[in-house]
Ligand binder design. Structure first.
Ligand code: NAI
Length: 471
């Protein structure tokens, strides 16, 4: 097998950046260059004061140690490709917005463009690794494109190496992965390429956690893992609706069922719904795949996981309106958290966006506070969510605040949309003083101590518990 000494990663995003920074840290003998077409993103990765383009706990330390030593960020995609013996393709694969499969299928345009660039530029043999999450058999298309465009004496071996890191814990996930999955063709060359990549990971990942499988199994495993994780959330959220209607407590139910070793305690937290760039996109991708394979029952089964998530968000907004005496028109609502989960600045598919859009259409005023998300990002997301409303009108209804206390001032209700730890330390007495009465708290993340807040005087509504007002 080829001994890898130069790696290029195409795509300096949430996956390419952290993954390849960790490879560089753990493999000082390998030169790692992360390339991207987005100049401002690359500039941020290279910024002298380490103002990196993404927020991830521990990431700055990794970049600080490796950058300039054997880790480089550049917009020179061609040079990166040319020099590398192994190339990760880690570009975005969003859901298609138009054309065949719109709303379901993955948009593979970025993967294809990157692949074509590799074929055009490469003057020597390369191992090309599909790191982006893609539908099954994408590796086959990549191989066809590469082979049809390759120069003589250039061999391309394709591997699938899906990434299982979770945003917010990316660095610890990468340092100690549950497993690394590598898929290859079962030819001699395929197996050798697989060994080359496995050797890179073996610098810090125990051998028994490096799994090697066929290409298609590897591609499908990524979709399957995300589908099953999201399904757990939708399952617990479906049960939370029953709890609210009966008086059962979803936390107690989750605790009780989690003790069953077959079920396990993790990922059983009810919430306002899952977000993030992956779960919904990957399930819809699986739905599309199932339909293309003429398996409508399978497609309907997985589609329901996404539908339950939409229902959970809708149900939460409705509960806010119902509780505030059936109208929030002209009322001020503080939304704490805008990121799709804690410890990330990523807002893609964040439940907060849906909630705020619902509040806007009820003509409420909304104050938003998030410790990490940039103001500009919030405006982009809100205007993308309501394309027909001019941004000036949105800005009349929405205010971005610089602290939780400021956001809650003169509000009728506080909605906790992201489980940021700092929201645990809010001085609720102080918040209460500044709010209109009765003061309501809607905990969409099972974060705060409802009893404590009730004692202060708040009317607290928690996911998976009957309404405080009714109780
Ligand atoms: P991202 O959008 O943050 O990053 C992708 C980057 O690729 C962008 O900076 C873009 O400018 C760049 N790019 C696109 N086409 C290019 C080209 N032809 N040449 C050079 N650069 C190009 O996306 P993210 O979140 O890093 O996701 C990448 C892939 O990884 C997706 O397929 C996603 O499904 C998958 N994934 C994401 C995870 C996450 O937590 N975000 C976790 C596991 C997998």
């Amino acid at each position: 097998p080829v001994k890898v000494s130069k790696i290029c990663c195409i795509g300096a995003g949430y996956v390419g950046g952290p993954t390849c920074a960790v490879i560089a840290l753990k493999c000082p003998h390998i030169t790692v260059t992360i390339v991207d077409l987005n100049q401002s993103r690359v500039d941020a990765w290279n910024s002298p004061d380490f103002a990196l383009p993404i927020y991830e706990p521990g990431l700055v330390d990794v970049v600080r140690q490796a950058r300039g030593r054997n880790l480089f960020f550049s917009t020179d995609v061609d040079k990166g490709i040319e020099e590398a013996d192994l190339i990760f393709v880690s570009v975005n694969t969003p859901t298609k917005k138009s054309g065949v499969g719109a709303g379901f299928a993955a948009d593979l345009n970025y993967v294809e463009l990157a692949t074509r660039r590799i074929a055009t530029v490469a003057n020597s043999s390369k191992i090309v690794v599909e790191k982006s999450t893609v539908p099954c058999r994408t590796a086959e298309s990549m191989r066809t494109i590469l082979e049809a465009n390759s120069k003589p004496n250039c061999r391309f071996d394709i591997l699938s190496n899906p990434e299982f890191l979770a945003e917010g814990t990316a660095i610890t996930d990468l340092f100690k992965p549950d497993r690394v999955l590598i898929g290859s063709l079962e030819t001699r060359e395929g197996v050798e390429a697989c060994q080359s990549l496995a050797e890179v990971y073996a610098n810090w990942v125990p051998q028994d956690r490096i799994l090697t499988v066929g290409l298609w199994s590897s591609e499908l495993s990524k979709l399957a893992a995300n589908a099953m994780l999201a399904q757990r959330i939708s399952s617990i959220n479906a049960l939370s609706a029953i709890c609210e209607a009966t008086g059962a407590n979803i936390d107690e139910v989750a605790h009780a069922i989690g003790y069953d070793s077959r079920i396990g305690p993790k990922f059983l937290k009810a919430s306002v719904g899952f977000g993030g760039s992956c779960f919904q996109k990957d399930i819809l991708n699986l739905v599309y795949l199932s339909e293309s394979l003429h398996l409508p029952e399978v497609a309907a089964y997985w589609r329901q996981v996404v539908e339950m998530n939409e229902y959970q968000k809708r149900r939460f907004s409705k509960r806010v309106v119902d509780t505030l005496f059936n109208t929030i028109t002209g009322k001020r609502i503080a939304v704490l958290g805008f990121a799709f989960k804690a410890d990330t600045g990523d807002t893609r598919e964040s439940a907060a966006i849906t909630l705020i859009k619902d509040f806007q259409s009820e003509r409420a005023f909304v104050n938003i506070y998030d410790p990490q998300v940039e103001e500009e990002q919030i405006w982009n997301d809100l205007s993308e969510a309501s394309p027909l409303i001019p941004i000036e009108s949105i800005k009349k209804q929405v205010t971005i605040c610089h602290s939780a206390i400021e956001a809650c001032k003169n509000a009728e209700a506080v909605v906790i949309a992201t489980e940021w730890k700092e929201f645990l330390e809010i001085d609720w007495e102080e918040v209460y003083k500044g709010m209109n009465k009765p003061a309501f708290v809607f905990d969409g993340r099972l974060l705060v101590d409802a009893e404590k807040l009730t004692k202060i005087g708040f009317k607290v509504t928690t996911i998976g518990r009957p309404s405080a007002v009714a109780a």
